[in-house]
Design a protein around this ligand. Sequence first.
Ligand SMILES: [Zn+2]
Length: 429
Amino acid sequence: MIFQTTYNTLILLYFLLFVGGCVTNPVTGQSEVGFVTTEQQIAIGEEQYRPAQQMQGGLYTVDPELTDYVSTVGKRVAAYSNINLPYEFVVLNNSVPNAWALPGGKLAVNRGLLVSLRNEAELAAVLGHEVTHAAARHGAKQIERGYLLQGALLATAIGVHGSGLGNSIMQSAQMAAQLINTKYGRDAERESDFYGTRMMAKAGYDPYAAVTLQEMFLKLSEGRDASWVEGLLASHPPSAERVQNNRMLVDKLRSDGFTDGEYGSDRYQAAIRQLKADKDAYANADDARRALQDGDAAKALSLVEKAIDAQGAEPTFHALRGDIRYEQGRYDDAVTNYNRAIERDSGFYGHYLGRGMSYVKLGDRARAKSDLNASVELLPTTIAYLELGKIAEAEGNTDLAARYYQAAGQSEGPVGEEARARLARLSRR
Ligand SMILES: [Zn+2]
């Protein structure tokens, strides 16, 4: 939908850019037909990394040492990926057990996955698998096959930044969502298991951890745990076949001399001790969010206050308390809570969006505008554009209001509808 306006440009660029060609897969060493270059993959990854992080809960900030630790393990594994991409690893503030890789080597692991792993070798298995997705061009191939919006490539070709407000920014968020949620297919998953496990073995970890990890996934998928099914297991369906393949590979690796790899259990448990200590607090906050969605603000409030008592340094707990106060119509109190969230993490769009919406309700146009703008800088949302449009309209800036409504009107649902209605009314004037 969003891409209709750029469709002709897209076709044109196809002819200009995609004459096709031969590339060597750095991981498998085989040559394959492809046209997305390494430089383009790096550009896509760098462009989409921030929106992808923001829409998945933002960075985990309570224990920054955990991110350093994951990054160290990731770089140790990625050193054996056969391609020197600008690898980066972050921990996301998200309870869903998941991990993903963007083209060009930009990776993320959710805290919900980290708290479930048992040792550093299992983490190395996850990261080796994800590094392989990036290194073996799996995301690039999805773009080449047309399974992903080619806009990902287009955006970097024409430069998302230059166009400022509106379409292209919204597109960047759409692309990030697609890149995170892409399913690579069975062959790519097999390849990532195979080369990822070899990678971790070469990096000095016991490859058998890849088997125990798969066994854990298989068990969890049988248990039908909702958060696992929507997380890692959605894109990585575990199977007895995958476990068996990994077992055979480990036997082969052992006979090739990879026999004294480490597990790093103590080191891993020390690294996640803060996460483990806060496990109940995050569970309470997740329950609070569900209660709020179900319309039970009182229950949500008592749950989130438990979470704040247990871990007051977590910014999203304060922001959630702000969301509850907002729902209750207590906008001053909401602002106080969002302030606390922003004091603890000034880099998450949701805190600014919440405070900006509260200022809208309080009639403080200047502060609302400043916060809503801060939020769209981090992650463009249709609700922020709609409110910015209303402010621009109230200030008599009709052209700007129209552009905001146009951006917001690209979405489905009540926000898009309201934006389109307002735009139609503006153009009739
Ligand atoms: Zn995978």
